[in-house]
Write a protein of this length. Structure first.
Length: 167
């Protein structure tokens, strides 16, 4: 399973703690953690996954793979700037947004548009009122993401399929 953990590059201490625990729980269950590859929530989730023995994929906005945080095993340098957000969520079978602001909201919107299931953990004002499940803790968020990814895989097909192929 591939689960994207999205959130602010300038995260709060609490958001980083939650993202770390989420990354560790996902990796412990055998999931690949996908993220934007930089700091904040992305770095914390990648660190948690890496320290738990998991695989991390960072889809970077810039053209230099060396810009990835040190916990990213597979850096993908896109040179696409914020447009790389679409690649982050399309590489995943489920998305968990940890806090965040406008960039996170764009990832949530792109995921939902593509039919990828999304939940929040430490929901931010930007995602409030969107009707997304808000998880009470990282372990439940990981369990939700894995189940959502399994269901998505069974009912929707591969992440590379077009939205019209999934209707």
């Amino acid at each position: 399973m591939r689960v994207a953990v999205v959130g602010a590059g300038r995260a709060t201490d609490r958001e980083r703690e939650l993202a770390y625990e989420l990354g560790a729980a996902l990796a412990g269950a055998g999931a690949v953690v996908v993220c934007g590859g930089l700091g904040g929530v992305m770095e914390a989730a990648a660190r948690g996954a890496s320290e738990a023995g998991g695989l991390t994929l960072g889809i970077l906005p810039g053209a230099d793979p060396a810009a990835a945080n040190r916990w990213i095993a597979l850096p993908i340098a896109t040179g696409m700037g914020e447009a790389r957000n679409a690649l982050v969520v399309r590489a995943a079978e489920a998305v968990v947004a940890v806090g965040g602001a406008w960039g996170t909201l764009s990832e949530v919107a792109l995921a939902r548009k593509a039919g990828v299931p999304v939940a929040t953990l430490a929901a931010a004002a930007a995602t409030a009122g969107l009707g997304l499940p808000d998880m009470p803790d990282p372990r439940r968020a990981a369990a939700w993401a894995l189940e959502a990814a399994r269901a998505w895989r069974l009912t929707r097909g591969s992440p590379g399929a077009s939205p019209s192929d999934r209707s």
